[in-house]
Design a protein around this ligand. Structure first.
Ligand code: HEC
Ligand code: HEC
Ligand code: HEC
Ligand code: HEC
Ligand code: HEC
Length: 188
């Protein structure tokens, strides 16, 4: 099964190789075939979340990603917002709604909200947001049109190896196995 996945990923990478480089693509109206991170064609139902948070509702208020998602050192992961960030508004906004009552209960208990994760790279694979953000990449390149999402789902196939590698090739980033894998050091 692994071999089949691997072959499919390699085929995907080969198809994407025919695409123009990322920078050239952005500067002109080029075909969608050059999209650095393809949409997720597999079924991607949004997971049920403890509170029905909508990016669409909140981004339409003009909020920036960085208000809720920061990238503290060493920079591998993005954070999720503290409940106090939500309560900055919801102490007074929509306080009668059941979802906001539930939010207030979390805030009072001091418990962080157990958000269900959407994107996850296979354990053991080296991943860092920081290097990608420092290289000028946009959140939307890898996570899709977040501002249109009433419920967050895995809209792109960014966590698959074929997609990592094809974007690295497009951008002349390293593609040797050790870039993302630490074998044989990690071998059991
Ligand atoms: C007001 C706070 C807030 C803002 C602003 C915000 N987010 Fe979020 N984001 C959340 C919360 C809460 C979650 C967890 C619930 C969910 O998945 O919808 C989340 C989840 C996500 C996830 C899924 C992470 C995972 O793998 O589980 C991504 C990706 C994401 N946000 C991207 C963005 C981007 C890109 C922007 C800016 C365009 C943005 N967010 C703006 C609060 C925010
Ligand atoms: C080059 C692709 C790429 C870019 C650019 C990117 N992300 Fe991610 N993001 C990922 C991947 C891959 C994961 C899953 C990582 C993991 O397993 O922890 C992820 C996970 C997340 C998570 C869940 C927490 C975490 O770090 O695992 C949040 C929240 C998130 N991204 C928000 C953002 C925001 C906000 C931006 C823009 C500031 C952004 N991402 C830019 C690929 C990207
Ligand atoms: C800048 C202010 C602001 C922040 C910060 C904010 N919200 Fe909101 N939120 C709003 C507004 C405005 C609405 C729309 C209220 C309405 O339609 O009555 C809303 C609506 C909601 C709703 C839908 C309520 C309903 O049932 O109609 C939920 C759930 C929610 N927010 C959760 C959150 C969570 C969770 C956070 C933190 C991650 C958060 N909000 C942060 C302003 C904010
Ligand atoms: C949208 C394009 C894009 C995607 C998708 C992408 N990368 Fe990258 N990645 C880059 C670029 C460009 C660099 C080089 C940044 C620089 O010059 O420092 C990089 C750098 C890295 C580095 C640091 C390499 C080093 O030695 O400095 C790691 C690790 C990495 N990527 C892992 C991943 C993994 C794992 C995935 C998939 C889950 C992934 N990347 C997806 C474009 C991408
Ligand atoms: C740019 C990052 C990147 C590079 C370079 C890379 N991989 Fe991967 N690899 C991944 C990611 C991400 C996964 C997890 C994919 C998934 O979950 O679908 C993975 C998974 C695998 C797996 C499945 C087993 C596991 O670790 O879970 C094998 C085997 C593998 N890669 C072999 C290789 C080999 C051999 C090379 C060098 C020719 C290589 N990879 C180069 C990102 C990379």
């Amino acid at each position: 099964m692994r071999v089949a996945t691997f072959a499919a990923a390699a085929l995907g990478a080969a198809l994407l190789l025919a695409a123009p480089p990322l920078l050239a693509r952005q500067s002109a109206a080029m075909p969608q075939a050059g999209k650095a991170v393809p949409d997720n064609l597999a079924e991607h139902t949004p997971p049920a979340q403890p509170i029905p948070y909508s990016h669409q509702t909140h981004l339409s208020l003009g909020l920036e990603c960085g208000m809720c998602h920061t990238n503290p050192a060493p920079g591998n992961l993005m954070t999720f917002p503290a409940t106090s960030v939500c309560m900055g508004c919801h102490n007074t906004v929509a306080t009668d709604k059941p979802s906001i009552r539930k939010l207030a209960t979390f805030a009072k208990s001091g418990q962080s909200i157990p958000w269900v994760r959407v994107y996850a790279v296979t354990k053991g694979v080296n991943w860092t947001h920081r290097k990608h953000l420092d290289a000028g990449m946009k959140c939307e390149t890898c996570h899709g049109q977040v501002a249109d999402m009433a419920a967050m789902s895995q809209a792109t196939s960014v966590t698959s190896m074929g997609v990592c590698i094809s974007c690295h090739k497009l951008n002349n980033a390293p593609t040797v196995c050790q870039t993302c894998h630490s074998w044989p050091a990690n071998e059991q």
